[in-house]
Design a protein around this ligand. Structure first.
Ligand code: FES
Length: 117
């Protein structure tokens, strides 16, 4: 059975903004895209860096570590490991296979944001 967690207030995540929260023990990234709030796992699927430290551009969050980009609406990888490294390091970094981010159902009640999974 799914569990619902109150994670933030709508006013804390205005359009174009994102916020890292926890739902139970799960790190979650909330992102407001044109007034709709989406939730994906906050940990980059590449090497476990918080996506909330990155940048949100429209519906795409960019990981601050190696530049992977994820669509916050569905968790899909838009680009994988885009930063430039010396050739050998780049090959090693790309060895870890591309993996989409987990997304979560969001509901709004008044000014409260709930994440469910
Ligand atoms: S940890 Fe996010 S791209 Fe490497």
């Amino acid at each position: 059975m799914a569990q619902s967690y109150r994670v933030a207030r709508v006013s804390e995540v205005p359009p174009g903004a994102m916020k890292g929260v926890t739902a139970g023990l799960t790190p979650v990234l909330l992102a407001n895209v044109d007034g709709t709030i989406y939730a994906i796992n906050n940990i980059c699927t590449h090497l476990y860096v918080p996506l909330s430290l990155g940048k949100l551009d429209g519906c795409v969050v960019t990981c601050p570590a190696h530049g992977s980009k994820f669509d916050v609406r569905n968790g899909e990888v838009v680009e994988w490991v885009t930063s430039k490294f010396p050739l050998r390091a780049e090959q090693l970094l790309k060895l870890k296979g591309k993996k989409s981010a987990t997304t979560y159902k969001v509901s709004i009640e008044g000014d409260d944001i709930y994440v469910e999974f």
